[in-house]
Design a protein around this ligand. Structure first.
Ligand SMILES: Cc1ncc(COP(=O)(O)O)c(C=O)c1O
Length: 170
């Protein structure tokens, strides 16, 4: 899914904001698409969303957020996330990867992230069955986002050509 998101939204020269120590696939796919990674250090092993805000320019196309973060296991709070989403211009795709969300017990973690989609149509939530169900080899996961974002991703998956066939089978 990380590759698919990069393929859908990134072009040569787009700026992409990410943390220095995080899921490495964000960086490789960003580079694969010819985009320019803007890499920000963690603060006390935690995503520094204030620094990410300051790094936004009119070339920023996408921001990768991993909460809790792989590999540091640290998290940022719901309040911090909402503050960040309020600040970030809506033309920037914010990828909110919560591959490990089931492991967080802290009360101020954004447990119900789906509700963010109503107010922030530029957010894309990534989830996976790999971690909590121990199914890593299957690579089964899903993405939650606005219809527009999902339709765009489906175009790069080639699903748009399958859709009429699937309708015939219904
Ligand atoms: C933070 C994070 N996001 C996404 C993934 C990808 O998960 P999947 O196995 O569903 O491809 C992983 C897998 O290691 C991960 O650690």
């Amino acid at each position: 899914m990380v590759d698919q998101i990069a393929k859908t939204f990134l072009n040569d020269g787009d700026e992409v904001i990410l943390a220095d120590i995080t899921f490495p696939r964000y960086l490789t796919t960003t580079k694969m698409m010819g985009a320019v990674p803007i890499i920000l250090p963690l603060n006390n092993f935690t995503y520094d969303l204030d620094a990410m805000k300051k790094a936004i320019t009119n070339k920023t196309r996408l921001i990768w957020l991993c909460n809790p973060n792989n590999p540091t296991g640290t998290m940022f709070t719901e309040k911090t996330l909402i503050d960040f989403l309020n600040f970030a211009p809506k033309n920037i795709v914010i990828v909110y990867d919560e591959a490990y969300n089931e492991y967080v017990t802290s009360d101020d973690f954004p447990k119900d992230s789906i509700k963010l989609l109503d107010k922030y149509p530029n957010v894309l939530i990534m989830r996976t069955f790999s971690k909590i169900y121990g199914l890593a080899a299957l690579r089964v996961g899903y993405t939650l986002a606005s219809e527009e974002i999902i339709a765009n991703i489906n175009k790069t998956r080639g699903l748009s050509t399958l859709t009429p066939l699937l309708k015939l089978l219904q």
